[in-house]
Ligand binder design. Structure first.
Ligand code: ZN
Ligand code: ZN
Ligand code: FE
Length: 753
């Protein structure tokens, strides 16, 4: 019996052909395997039982980095023969799905730690199952000359492994060894550069002394210091102009991570998985992490070493936890190039540990949280991008440019959507430049040639201006911000069906009526939405000033609710008399006040009213600290979307009665969750809809996400929440794409911006 299996998905550059080779040999089958534009094509011949066994295992036993989407089979006439061969790839236009950069695998770690192995302590050890991919690929087809390893010809030993189908390094493009691979270099101002182990020792010495080291990672430079040293952390904070924003840390190993944070089974799986993201964990009181690392924050972002070089930083007595933050000047993109690092990080770092393997495109660390035992992406980059998201229905070749904060963009064609890694805030030229480069790279890797551009409707978003500038005659379609949020959660679930009840809660999004939306209940499909209700409008005083000063937002909410600014309220005390005077004049005369239905601003207001955070040093600080403060027991506050005043009265009553702030926070979170359930029940009664979608940055809040999902599920709703893309504006582009590019025959007239 002879059968042809066509395997599609992420099956190239992940060791799929050697796996097929080994499986066929194990089952005593003859035949051949090759890559082509559609994936991997295998023909096997042998006893029907063996062929069947092959068909069953080719999908289920695939190598760790492979994502098998479909296995098609077709019976062929038998041909005889005894050998099984790996054939050269069939060239041609088509879609090869590129793997993300992934952490060093167990086999490589074993060799790395084995003094008898020729790659013992080799800082660039990789194999078919691990190492950099996305950030080193310069073009397709994925072969060594089209990677940044092109300048490192394989030595005879490496070449033999590369050519041996039985070897773990068969056709692994980035492999190298100490004799043919890249080299480490440590540089310090005014001293000659040191390479290899000498360089490592010097870098280590620098860390021990409390200095700041720039370290070249997979997708860019990190700034690194001893997390237990408050002076070092304070210096880094000051040099990076970081305010109170938390730093992430890297722990030497899982045991160390357990000392500094509480880790559930699901969190451990994420920490140790091949993506190795930063996982937000509840911190302990361990002194290996100075309080200055994440001041005022009950959580800590923790990751484990994901490159050999990281492990080398920990292998001598010294710090067991290191602060690891993106190597960039505040607001600028991460630095990837060695020469650029010396220049741009000159005022930030005391020494540089780099190497001569170029990074072709930047890729930041990913950040995740666990809610109800499931992954909740906060930033989807290294380890995840550019795995595509599978869509329920095909889309036209299109580019969605996302929003201006935490920008990511999305290319789509057919059933695939490729969401980019983190680009950044589009408020400076360097970030716009990084956007353009990343977009070009992803077009090369995916082969998508967009016929259509999709943007947010905000008239002054730079992402939108970029699209208009680069449209070159292609239609540019605007999608409302919260519609895009909800479509993104529908898209990642490959949802098909009637409109859903969508709760889109975030800080800011341009509304169709020109107001600042953000507490929206939308009956949503991909095509359109109906604004069922929204948080009652309150004045947002002074735009950004209102966002950065939660105490002003608290006073604006009190004003809107008709509650006097009593001297007993912490939010009132936080404002100077002048500030209150100015604010009052602004509100009374409605000057520079935009109406807003923002849920994010309501969280800010309650945080300040409860006395938790009055001034935000970084985005969402007030809401993050409010969530962190929640404790104890309490009945939910009761209010309706249209009447936030009822909530304000209840909070003020509790504050003045001296109720514990943790309880106030809890009552508020549960109150929002209950409000969602009541509202969903009303809509179900009226419209018969029983599926709920949750999106928007507010749903990074684990307490709210868990409380609302559980209560909605208990009330019989199917709840769609984010598991693969962030609920924040970092997921917006996927939703934009799903709305605007979904129907090939879509009439664009009237939609263009
Ligand atoms: Zn490996
Ligand atoms: Zn070699
Ligand atoms: Fe948003």
């Amino acid at each position: 019996m002879r059968v042809r299996f066509t395997v599609s998905g992420v099956v190239q550059g992940v060791g799929f052909r050697p796996f097929v080779y080994a499986l066929a040999r194990e089952l005593g089958l003859s035949g051949q395997v090759c890559n082509d534009a559609s994936g991997v094509i295998v023909e096997v011949e042998g006893s029907p039982a063996a062929v069947l066994a092959f068909g069953a295992r080719v999908g289920t036993d695939a190598p760790p980095l492979a994502v098998v989407e479909a296995v098609e089979r077709a019976e062929l006439p038998a041909r005889g023969g005894t050998a099984f061969v790996i054939q050269d790839s069939i060239a041609g236009a088509g879609r090869t799905l590129v793997s993300p950069d992934v952490a060093t695998c167990t086999d490589c770690w074993a060799e790395f730690g084995d003094p008898a192995d020729r790659r013992y302590r080799h800082p660039f050890i990789t194999c078919t199952n691990c190492g950099p991919r996305f950030t080193i690929i310069t073009g397709l087809p994925y072969d060594r000359p089209a990677t940044t390893m092109a300048g490192f010809p394989l030595c005879p030993d490496c070449a033999a492994e590369y050519a041996d189908p039985g070897d773990r390094r068969f056709h692994a493009q980035p492999i190298a060894c100490p004799s043919c691979g890249p080299r480490l270099t440590f540089t310090q101002a005014g001293a000659p550069p040191l390479s290899g182990e000498d360089g490592l020792a010097a870098a280590h010495q620098l860390l021990m002394s409390g200095a700041i080291l720039a370290v070249k990672g997979i997708g860019g430079f990190h700034l690194v210091c001893d997390a237990s040293d408050p002076d070092a952390v304070a210096t880094l904070r000051k040099r990076k102009d970081r305010g109170g924003k938390p730093f992430a840390v890297m722990a030497a190993d899982l045991a160390t991570a357990r000392c500094i944070a509480q880790i559930s089974a699901a969190e451990e799986a994420l920490l140790t998985g091949y993506q190795r993201p930063i996982v937000l964990l509840r911190r302990t009181a361990c002194t290996a992490v100075s309080l200055l690392v994440a001041p005022g924050n009950p959580d800590l972002g923790v990751m484990l070493p994901y490159t050999p070089l990281h492990r080398l930083l920990f292998d001598q007595p010294g710090p067991t936890v290191l602060v690891m933050t993106s190597g960039n000047v505040s607001g600028e993109p991460i630095v990837v190039d060695d020469a650029e690092a010396f220049e741009r990080l000159a005022a930030l770092a005391d020494g540089w540990l780099g190497h001569d393997r170029p990074i072709h495109v930047p890729c930041e660390d990913s950040v995740v949280r666990v809610a109800d035992g499931a992954e909740l992406p906060v930033r989807r980059s290294r380890g995840y991008a550019p795995y595509p998201i599978n869509l329920a229905t095909p889309v036209r070749p299109a580019l969605a440019v996302g929003g201006d904060l935490k920008n990511t963009f999305c290319l789509g064609e057919g059933r695939y959507a490729w969401l980019s890694g983190h680009v950044g805030d589009m408020d400076d030229l360097a970030t716009l430049d990084a956007f353009a480069k990343a977009e070009e790279h992803l077009e090369v890797l995916t082969g998508v040639r967009p016929e259509l551009l999709v943007v947010d409707k905000h008239p002054s978003y730079r992402s939108r201006q970029w699209a208009q500038l680069h449209a070159a005659g292609r239609p540019v379609i605007g999608v409302q911000h919260h519609h895009a949020h909800l479509a993104s959660v529908l898209a990642e679930h490959a949802y098909v069906g009637p409109p859903v009840i969508g709760f889109a809660f975030d800080g800011t999004g341009y509304g169709d009526d020109g107001a600042v939306w953000g507490g929206e209940v939308l009956l949503t499909s991909y095509e359109s939405f109906e604004r069922w209700t929204h948080l009652g409008y309150v004045p947002l005083p002074g735009g950004d000033a209102g966002v950065q000063n939660p105490c002003r937002m608290a006073l604006a909410h009190l004003f809107a609710a008709g509650i006097p600014w009593g001297a007993g309220l912490p939010a009132v005390q936080a404002c100077s008399e002048d500030e209150r005077g100015l604010l009052n004049a602004q509100l009374v005369r409605n000057l520079a006040c935009a109406p807003t239905s923002s849920m994010g601003r309501l969280f800010d207001a309650v945080s300040s009213l409860a006395g938790i955070c009055h001034r935000a040093g970084y985005e969402a600080q007030a809401a993050i600290e409010l969530e962190g403060a929640a404790t104890g027991d309490g009945t939910p506050y009761h209010f309706e979307f249209e009447e936030p005043a009822e909530l304000l009265h209840a909070v003020v009553r509790d504050v003045l009665a001296g109720v514990d702030v943790g309880v106030i926070s809890l009552r508020f979170h549960l109150g929002v969750a209950d409000l969602m359930v009541r509202t969903a029940e009303r809509i179900r009664a009226e419209r018969g809809i029983s599926t709920v979608a949750l999106s928007g940055g507010v749903f990074v809040n684990k307490l709210l996400l868990e409380a609302s999902s559980r209560r909605l599920a208990a009330a019989g709703f199917v709840v769609l929440r984010h598991r693969r893309v962030p609920p924040t504006d970092a997921g917006l582009a996927l939703g934009q794409l799903a709305v605007a590019a979904r129907l090939p025959q879509r009439k664009e007239q009237g939609l263009c911006v």
